[in-house]
Structure formats: C-alpha cells, structure tokens
Write a protein that binds this ligand. Structure first.
Ligand SMILES: [Zn+2]
Length: 449
C-alpha cells in the first residue's frame, strides 16, 4: 500500500500488523521490506510465511504487532551496576552518598560491564535508541559498548567542576572537562555510520560553574551536537539553584544559552508557567522519567501542560539506581496513568503514549526524519511484539501495547536493518558472560561506599 520498491530487499518482516506511527497513524497488515538498513516499502497483503523473498532474510511476524523501535531520551548506562544499592533516598542525598561515590569507583572494566548490562536490558525490551548520560571518566568505553551492542543513540561524559558532596575524583578542572568533551565529540559524533552521536552533558546546574556551562554551550554549537542535562527535578535542587543563581533552572540555563532545538532537559518536574513558555519558545525538548521521579520522591511532571504548550516530550527510565528497571513500557504506561490522575482519563490516549515512546522521542533527539515511524526512507529500527494470549482479547493495538504491554512481549529487534534480538536472545552481546561479570563488579563497587 505504501510505495513499492524495485530494489530486492535484504530483510523482510512478513505478515505483521504494522503500527506505522506515521502522520496518519496508519496500521498496515503486511510486509516491511528493508534494504541496506533502510525501509524501502510497507506492503499490504498476506503472503505465505515461507514464501519466496528473493534471497532475503525473513522474520515471520504472523499474529505479531510490529512497531517502531522505542526511544528513551534519558538513561544512565554507567549506573546499571548500582541497581538495588541506592534505594529509599531523596535526590541530593542519593547523589552524594551513593551515586557519585559509586561512579567514582568505576574503572574501565566495570564501566564496560555496566553499560553492556544496561544495553542488554534495553535491547531485549525493545528500546532501540537512547540518549545516555555518562559518568566523568572513561567515556570511550560507553561508546564502544554502544557500538558493539548495535544500539542507536547519543551519549556524553558527565561534566562536573563544582558542587557540594562531590568525591575528589569526580571533580574536574573546568578546562580539562571541556577539553575531554571536545576530544570525545570529535571521536564519536557521527560514528558507526551515523548510528552514534555525542551529546554534550553538563550534569546539572549545581555541579557546573558558569564557565563550564558556557563552554559546554560553545562546544555543542561547534560540533552541532545536542545538549543533555538535568533540570528542575526535585524541590531541594530547585531551591538550591535559586539560592545560587536567583533563578529557576530553566531560566538559568536559558540565560546561558543552553536552551534550543538541540537541547534535551531531563525531568522538568517543577516548572513555572514562564519556564514552560521558555521551553516552548526555544523548542527545548523534555525527557519525562516518571518512575525515577516517583521513586526519589521528586514529584510528577505535568507533561500534558508541556504538550499543550507544544513542547516535545520523550520518555526515559533514567538509571537502574533510581528506577530500578530500564523499561520503556513501564515509563509509557506510568506516564499515561499519571496524566490520567492529573487531567482525567483519555487526555493522553494509548496512541499518544506510544508516540511519546517512538516518534516524539525521535523528534526530541532531532531524529524524526531518520527513525520513530515505519515509513519508506527511514532507517529500519523496529520491534516485533509476540502475541500474548494472557492479555486477550486486545482489539485496539495501541491499548494492547500501552496498557497491557511489557518488555517480555518483545520477540525480535532490528536496528539499522540489523537483527540484534531474535527470539528473545540478544545476538550482539554475550548475556551470560555480562551477567557473571556484573555480579563481581557490583560487589566490589558497593564495598567502596
Ligand atoms: Zn538522570
């Protein structure tokens, strides 16, 4: 139905119910043809599951839903090993007594394992694109793990040069932080044939000097890279920002030139109407992390108000140390439940919520022409959802996905035309070895604190 291709496909996803998430929200029962990592056609009609595909690899999706790969606009791969070791604390105490000391204890081997373990969970759960915030040191390792896993996305070293409660190894010189960011951006922005990108990542206002924030802005401009930071997450942080700057986080970041079409602010729980207006006017995107916000007692971000102001909103699990899952399904569902409590059921429909987890997330990252929907011309990032008879009947596919969807429904995952998960097994990462290493490293890191 949507365009026919003359080039023979190298991969065919056959006989699925394709939730395209295109502008018209079309649902097509049929095949997706992929060549050279690109979707060439979405073809309606039923074919024999084992019918000829002219030499192409075939993923049979009979009785399955096929959706665009899920996009998480805020995660911390470096924190996966801290899962279950930093619970029941509010934000600033959580950072100062656990997360920063843990991050300070990461060496290259444990950081690699942490990133791999996180990527394994993300891929198996259908997340194909991430915006990751790294730690202060060894950032190349995170990119190497992302390259190996086959995920799409951005990462960037966390930048910190001031702040209360920062362990010594985590406090950088301002110049050193900027130079390292510059080097990493030159090395990784656009790497892996454009699948990876660099995101300049000043951690949050309280851990960054004015010079560092201005330098980060200049580097992002020079490398044409996104800016990724935390803003307005917790009332204590909001109060501390006001004490040091006399402003709200969003206003302070804006006044230093850090808002804009390539900026993504995580959380934005505590905003004034003026903050929302600023985000909208500057086209700054927001990463909504409902599980982390609830667990750290931070509050509930009003994403309905943000969307009404035409701010682009994506979702993110944040880190395993504050969630403790890295599950896009949980975040989409929770985003819907919280919106329902605040504004009434149906204010965000299941289709809206799937959009937040796919095409809107892509837009937040400036990738809406590349991914986020299943249409000819886009890169082939997609997820095959296995039928689940425990949640039938499920007439409306959007409701099936959002209100009864779980990470364990994900059967196959394709990124850039490459199958990275098949029959619930990750083909790019060695799950057994990663899990064994993770246990050892996690124990050693915990003993440091
Ligand atoms: Zn975060």
């Amino acid at each position: 139905v949507i365009l026919a291709a003359s080039v023979p496909p190298s991969l065919v996803i056959r006989n699925g119910t394709v939730i395209t998430m295109d502008r018209k929200r079309r649902i097509v029962r049929g095949d997706i043809h992929v060549t050279d990592g690109q979707i060439r056609a979405v073809v309606a009609g039923t074919r024999k599951a084992d019918g000829s595909a002219r030499g192409a690899t075939v993923l049979d999706a009979t009785d399955c839903l096929v959706i665009p790969g899920l996009v998480q606009t805020h995660v911390h791969l470096c924190q996966t090993l801290f899962r279950g070791r930093a619970d029941d604390l509010p934000l600033l105490k959580w950072l100062r007594t656990r997360i920063w000391p843990f991050e300070a204890a990461l060496d290259e081997a444990s950081l690699r394992t942490s990133a791999q373990l996180g990527l394994l969970e993300l891929l198996l759960g259908g997340t194909t694109t991430i915006l990751d915030m790294g730690t202060v040191h060894h950032q190349d390792i995170v990119f190497e793990a992302m390259e190996q896993a086959g995920v799409r996305g951005f990462s960037g070293k966390s930048m910190m040069d001031v702040g209360q409660g920062l362990p010594k190894p985590m406090r950088e010189g301002t110049r050193a932080s900027l130079d390292e960011t510059d080097r990493l951006a030159a090395a990784w922005h656009g790497a892996a044939h454009g699948r990876l990108g660099y995101a300049v990542a000043p951690r949050f206002i309280l851990s960054c000097s004015r010079e560092l924030l201005e330098g980060a802005r200049d580097l992002a401009l020079r490398h044409r890279a996104p800016i990724h930071t935390h803003a307005a997450e917790h009332p204590d942080e909001v109060a501390a920002v006001r004490r040091t700057t006399g402003k709200t986080s969003v206003r302070a970041l804006h006044d230093l030139g850090l808002t804009g079409t390539r900026s993504i602010f995580a959380h934005c729980v505590h905003l004034t109407p003026a903050d929302r207006k600023l985000l909208a006017e500057t086209k700054t995107a927001v990463a909504h992390c409902p599980s982390a916000n609830l667990k750290l007692g931070s509050g509930i971000a009003d994403i309905v108000a943000l969307r009404r102001a035409e701010v682009t909103v994506g979702i993110g699990a944040d880190g395993a140390a504050c969630n403790n899952l890295l599950c896009a399904w949980t975040e989409m569902r929770l985003a819907g439940l919280l919106a329902s409590v605040r504004h009434g059921p149906g204010v965000l429909t299941a289709a809206d919520l799937l959009a937040i987890g796919t095409i809107d997330g892509a837009k937040a990252l400036g990738l809406e022409r590349v991914i986020g929907s299943l249409e000819p011309g886009k890169r082939a990032d997609l997820v095959v959802i296995a039928p689940d008879h425990t949640v039938e009947p499920a007439e409306d596919p959007y409701a099936r996905l959002i209100w009864s969807g779980r990470a364990c429904d994900v059967r196959d995952v394709v990124i850039d035309g490459r199958i990275v998960v098949r029959n619930r097994e990750c083909l790019t990462l060695d799950a057994d070895s990663i899990r064994a290493h993770a246990k050892q490293h996690a124990r050693r890191i915990a003993s440091h604190v």
